[in-house]
Write a protein that binds this ligand. Structure first.
Ligand SMILES: [Zn+2]
Ligand SMILES: [Zn+2]
Length: 267
């Protein structure tokens, strides 16, 4: 099962809220028999920005820790990436980051809405509980569409993140998914099934099955990732995610090497 799969969404302690160092994660990946391991810690910003990402001055350490893991486990293919926040107007910084290392991929994620609210931070839970969930989802998916169309990212992270705390707008949610899937198809940008959703209040992978069905119909490529913030989360939920992907018709998963995409059959 695991040898055909890669886990490309893996955090390190440099983002201040994850616990496994690359060396420990690589050891776990070898134990699991994972086909590839990819690191994607939260991208640094040019100046202090929030308290849950890598500091700019820690970037050399990040690169060194990944190299250490590569040296210790030469039998394992280890890819280098970042999970990058899409922020309107900050696109040039992502371009600048591109030049700072030999990256295999950048994940595009929307954690911030244009008004500064954080979609997945419990600090903003009242906006779901007491606010207009429909408006929040609308703002999120519009931002997501702009992130896809920026063309900055090799694949998109956790598509329907605003469901994290279990708050959904009423009615058929495909009205939010359809424009997002259209953007992915147009830009030929893959997205991930992110198994972390199963560990959150929503108790569902990101994205929902309906999103997966639309994406498959539009031939948008897929990856399967854990969003591990601890060693034991590596590869979590992968058998279930594979079964889900196959049940909507997917037969392949994407791999990335220096931004070049290739495909491997799902196990
Ligand atoms: Zn994220
Ligand atoms: Zn993440």
């Amino acid at each position: 099962m695991f040898s055909a799969l890669a886990d490309y969404h893996v955090h390190t302690p440099l983002c201040h809220h994850a616990s496994g160092w690359p060396l420990e994660l690589a050891r776990r990946a070898v134990e699991l028999g994972l086909g590839e391991l990819g690191f994607a810690d939260h991208n640094p910003m040019p100046t202090r920005f929030d308290d849950w990402r890598m500091l700019r001055e820690d970037l050399p350490r990040y690169l060194a820790e990944v190299e250490k893991a590569r040296a210790a486990f030469p039998q394992l293919t280890i890819r280098l990436g970042l999970e990058c926040d899409f922020l309107d107007g900050r696109e040039p910084w992502i371009e600048e980051l591109r030049g700072l290392a030999e990256w295999d991929f950048f994940i595009g994620s929307v954690h911030y809405l244009p008004d500064g609210a954080e979609v997945d931070n419990p600090k903003y839970l009242s906006r779901y509980r007491d606010g207009d969930v429909d408006a929040l989802w609308q703002a999120y998916w519009e931002t997501y569409g702009r992130a896809v169309r920026s063309g900055l990212f090799d694949f998109m992270g956790h598509p329907d993140l605003p469901k994290k705390f279990g708050y959904h707008p009423a009615g058929d949610l495909r009205r939010f998914y359809e424009p997002a899937v259209a953007a992915l198809a147009e830009m030929r940008t893959p997205f991930e099934i992110n198994t972390a959703g199963w560990r959150k209040d929503c108790r569902e992978q990101y994205p929902a099955r309906e999103f997966l069905e639309l994406a498959h119909a539009a031939q948008v490529p897929l990856l399967i990732n854990s969003d591990a913030h601890a060693v034991e989360e590596l590869g979590a939920g992968f058998p279930e995610a594979v079964a889900l992907a196959k049940s909507v018709g997917y037969t392949q998963t994407a791999r990335l090497h220096r931004r070049e995409i290739s495909f491997v059959a799902l196990p």
